[in-house]
Ligand binder design. Structure first.
Ligand code: ZN
Ligand code: ZN
Length: 78
């Protein structure tokens, strides 16, 4: 199991106090856990199938956490 150690929404490292009961993604806060669930507080809305990673060279990008191997979108911040 890969562990990012960072909230998938805001990338705050070490802030993983809230775990999604549906997919195991860990977020910094209830608000970001809800955001990860597509704005729904329950599990029925479905989780966002990706997390955001930040790399020195590539910047922020989405990594699919489900079986969508090819899906990797680069975020353009500016
Ligand atoms: Zn967060
Ligand atoms: Zn989830």
């Amino acid at each position: 199991m890969a562990e990012t150690g960072a909230c998938p929404i805001c990338l705050e490292e070490g802030a993983t106090g809230y775990t999604c009961a549906s997919c195991g993604v860990r977020a910094c806060s209830p608000r970001h856990l809800v955001a990860h669930r597509g704005g729904s507080s329950d599990h029925q809305g479905g989780c966002l199938p990706f997390r955001v990673e930040k790399e020195e060279e590539r910047g922020r990008h989405f990594i699919a956490t489900r079986d969508i191997k090819a899906l990797e979108l680069v975020l353009v911040d500016r």
